[in-house]
Design a protein around this ligand. Structure first.
Ligand SMILES: Cc1cc2nc3c(=O)[nH]c(=O)nc-3n(C[C@H](O)[C@H](O)[C@H](O)COP(=O)(O)OP(=O)(O)OC[C@H]3O[C@@H](n4cnc5c(N)ncnc54)[C@H](O)[C@@H]3O)c2cc1C
Length: 324
């Protein structure tokens, strides 16, 4: 197996590394403190072609592979998780459903704006009473005279309410035992997005609760075959989990970078503390340093795209154990 990066993967890594260092790092602390969505940085990432890395060029994406995308997410997370999850949620959760399950017409209509980063996309699966048990979706969509009428709510939806947001793909119950995916564009009457939710970590990323009250969308906003929503969102989560894993690697690398820099800079007894074995207490004293943001940001990696327990259930199922 060839583990070397291709020229394209190296180019993407170097581009994102430079962007993260020069543009994200100076802003990250302030964005986190003010819980402010990084709209300018998203614009710059769009210009660099980072908002649609795995989407084919014909739709306005970079046409690169999954590894290149994971490397980009890793490099961004190394510096700031909020910026990284903005890209990851937009790409894996927001854009991928359109690319994977959209009709040719839907792809031509929606992908160019999304893959180029002119607009942002969200994916609405979680509900107040349907988290790990995502199949317990209560949101309903009823087909009336060629229109889906949606009622219900969603919780913790990333990228749903920014100035750049185009819309959200939601799961909805379209029959007794039937879940389907529907696209709902922002601004559709009956679709309301809450104020940004306050969070411990990922504070500069946009997380909202969504409400649908007799929200009418055209019949052609159904994404993929009716009744296939459950299978489709499982496939989307599988892809999203690659981003979350890449974020874990990037966050660990970023935390190490900061700790190593500090251990080199900090001098005691005439030596940088990195030369002493017992630096643990000094590291603990770093809680006012930027590393605190990374510490808060890592918590969600045990939750998003499936909690630790859910990931174990998925792995156990692959091994032939556990519930089916
Ligand atoms: C910042 C943020 C951003 C998010 N972005 C999105 C998004 O863009 N789109 C989206 O759809 N969702 C999003 N989510 C929702 C996220 O996917 C859910 O929070 C996650 O799936 C867990 O659901 P829950 O919070 O309802 O926890 P619950 O499912 O209520 O879980 C609570 C606890 O019970 C445990 N548990 C539950 N069931 C079992 C079981 N069978 N066996 C053992 N333990 C179990 C869990 O592991 C967890 O520890 C986001 C969440 C956050 C916090």
């Amino acid at each position: 197996m060839d583990l070397d990066l291709t020229q394209e993967q190296e180019l993407i890594r170097d581009t994102v590394r430079t962007f993260s260092r020069e543009r994200v790092a100076p802003a990250a602390e302030e964005l986190d403190r003010e819980a402010r969505f990084p709209v300018e940085l998203v614009g710059e990432m769009a210009e660099l072609g980072l908002m649609g890395i795995p989407i084919p060029e014909r739709y306005g994406g970079a046409g690169a592979d999954t590894l290149a995308y994971a490397i980009a997410i890793e490099e961004l997370t190394r510096v700031d998780s909020s910026v990284a999850i903005t890209v990851a949620a937009h790409t894996s959760l927001g854009t991928m459903p359109i690319f994977l399950f959209g009709s040719d017409e839907q792809k031509e209509r929606w992908l160019p704006d999304l893959a180029s980063g002119r607009r942002l996309a969200a994916f609405g699966l979680t509900e107040p009473d349907a988290g790990s048990d995502a199949g317990a979706t209560r949101t309903t969509a009823e087909l009336r005279d060629g229109t889906w009428v949606v009622n219900g709510s969603k919780m913790f939806i990333t990228n749903a309410g920014t100035d750049l947001t185009w819309g959200v793909t939601i799961t909805a119950r379209t029959g007794e035992d039937e879940i389907s995916n529907l696209v709902i564009e922002n601004g559709t009457p009956g679709y309301e997005v809450s104020a940004p939710l306050h969070k411990l970590g990922w504070r500069a990323s946009d997380t909202r609760a969504l409400a649908f009250t007799d929200c009418a969308v055209p019949e052609e906003n159904l994404l993929g075959p009716r009744g296939k929503g459950f299978t489709q969102f499982l496939e989307i989560l599988d892809g999203g989990r690659i981003s979350v894993a890449a974020m874990g690697v990037g966050l660990a690398q970023g935390a190490y970078d900061l700790a190593a820099d500090y251990a080199r800079e900090r001098t005691q007894f005439g030596k940088p503390i990195g030369r002493f074995q017992a630096i643990a207490f000094q590291l603990a004293d770093m809680a006012e340093s930027p590393i605190a943001r990374l510490y808060r940001d890592q918590k969600i990696l045990e939750i998003g795209e499936g909690t630790n327990e859910v990931q174990r259930m998925v792995i156990a199922r692959h091994l032939g154990f556990g519930q089916t």
